[in-house]
Design a protein around this ligand. Structure first.
Ligand code: SAM
Ligand code: SF4
Length: 401
């Protein structure tokens, strides 16, 4: 089994004398809330562009947002940046360059930081991708969903198979790491269709694939009126099993429920979430989590881009909600992330990253091991195959400890 890389902040000391090596690594999430067209299944905070977006104003708002957050993470290096959405690739490379320069000027961004940008193949232009790479993006995550034109049409996507393949080919020539998102259990999808999608994905040569089961989210057009001919539960399970088999046969490790990597090309940014690391979240609707010596705070930015922009021009603090996480909520939150990882996490991280003693979850651990849901080896907190399958049952044991 491959070991996950562990990122630490080293032995930095803040001027107030608190040693930061006890804090987890810190990442930065940046939300860009616009898309060319809103997909009918999507409940992300993303808005169809109806009139031209002023990128300069939004980048300025993001940097002001970051500045308002600086006192809360002063002196801590940033290990990774993830520019997500929405569709960040609707922004020009110039805007992304300004954003990254602004972040570098205000923070201690590590020289080897992973910097990801989410892209939609419908926004693909070779020059634009080249300029994203020149701006410092070193990982491109492309929302492909399927390579089947009929499925793409049923999903309301703005691109076709050819555009997806062209975007991937160019991305592989420009970025050290490329991820593609696929969805399965699509309308009218057979196991053969799903197999064909995976085969095409593998043939491109990418080393990271995220495969999500299409879910019907309540406040979306698909949530109100699900598309016809969706696979039933058994059909979806069969498709999922086939996809996992094909990926494993091609040398992909399923390192998280929906994330598969070859040659240890894990997404370091997402790994930090699952390992209960810290992250700053800037941009409309973005979430953050920051630990300090004696508490943990979750932050949420106001969701609507209009409200967010107005607040950032005037009083950033009105757009930012900060809530202390109650100590009794921490075990569940920690386990909800850590147990998504197939390798789990070292047990000592529990107390290091929640500030709670492991004894508070010992009864839950004992019960989970007894039920075959948790691996019995004491040095890791790791779900068994059964525990992964019934993750909600496993997590329920860790509620309110
Ligand atoms: C923010 S989007 C990624 C980039 C870009 N917006 C795009 O769609 O091309 C993140 C990913 O979430 C997945 N996703 C979104 N809504 C979903 C749903 N209802 N069910 C399953 N996966 C979903 C898609 O695979 C999508 O690529
Ligand atoms: S392009 Fe991506 S973020 Fe935008 S609506 Fe579609 S799935 Fe959601």
């Amino acid at each position: 089994m491959n070991e996950f890389p562990v990122y630490t902040d080293g032995l930095l000391t803040r001027h107030d004398g608190i040693s930061l090596h006890t804090l987890p690594p810190l990442s930065l999430y940046v939300h860009i809330p616009w898309c060319i067209r809103k997909c009918p299944y999507c409940d992300f905070n993303s808005h169809q562009i109806k009139q031209p977006v002023d990128e300069t104003v939004y980048v300025e708002a993001l940097l002001r947002d970051l500045e308002s957050e600086l006192p809360y993470f002063w002196g801590r290096p940033i290990h990774s940046i993830f520019i997500g959405g929405g569709t960040p690739s609707v922004f020009s490379a110039h805007a992304i360059d300004d954003l990254l320069s602004g972040i570098r000027a205000r923070t201690q961004l590590l020289a080897n930081a992973e910097i990801t940008l989410e892209a939609n193949p419908g926004t693909f232009e070779k020059q634009r991708f080249q300029d994203f790479a020149a701006a410092g993006i070193n990982r491109l995550s492309i929302g492909v969903q399927s390579f089947d034109d009929r499925k793409l049409a049923a999903l309301g996507r703005i691109h076709n198979r050819q555009e997806a393949l062209a975007a991937i080919e160019t991305a592989l020539s420009l970025f050290p790491q490329v991820n593609i998102d696929l969805m399965y259990a699509l309308p009218d999808q057979s196991i053969k269709d799903a197999q064909a999608d995976i085969k095409t994905a593998l043939d491109t040569g990418v080393n990271h694939i995220s495969a999500y089961q299409l879910t019907m989210e309540p406040n979306t057009p698909f949530g109100h009126t699900p598309p016809a001919r969706l696979p039933d539960e058994e059909g979806s399970d069969d498709i999922e099993t086939k996809i996992h088999q094909e990926l494993a046969a091609a040398g992909f490790e399923r390192y998280e429920i929906s994330a598969f990597a070859r040659a240890q090309q894990y997404c370091r940014h997402n790994l930090n979430y699952w390992q209960f690391g810290d992250y700053i979240g800037i941009g409309a609707g973005a979430h953050g989590k920051l630990s300090s010596a004696n508490n943990m705070v979750r932050t949420t930015r106001v969701r609507h881009p209009k409200d967010y922009l107005a607040a950032m021009q005037d009083k950033p603090e009105v757009a930012i909600d900060r809530q202390n996480v109650l100590p009794q909520a921490l075990p569940f939150e920690f386990m909800m992330n850590a147990l998504r990882l197939t390798q789990g996490v070292p047990t000592h991280w529990f107390s290091e990253r929640t500030g709670r003693d492991i004894s508070c979850i010992q009864p839950a651990i004992t019960q989970a091991v007894k039920r075959g849901l948790l691996d019995p080896q004491p040095q890791f907190l790791k779900a068994t195959a059964l525990g992964q399958r019934f993750l909600n049952d496993l997590l329920a044991l860790f509620l309110e400890n």
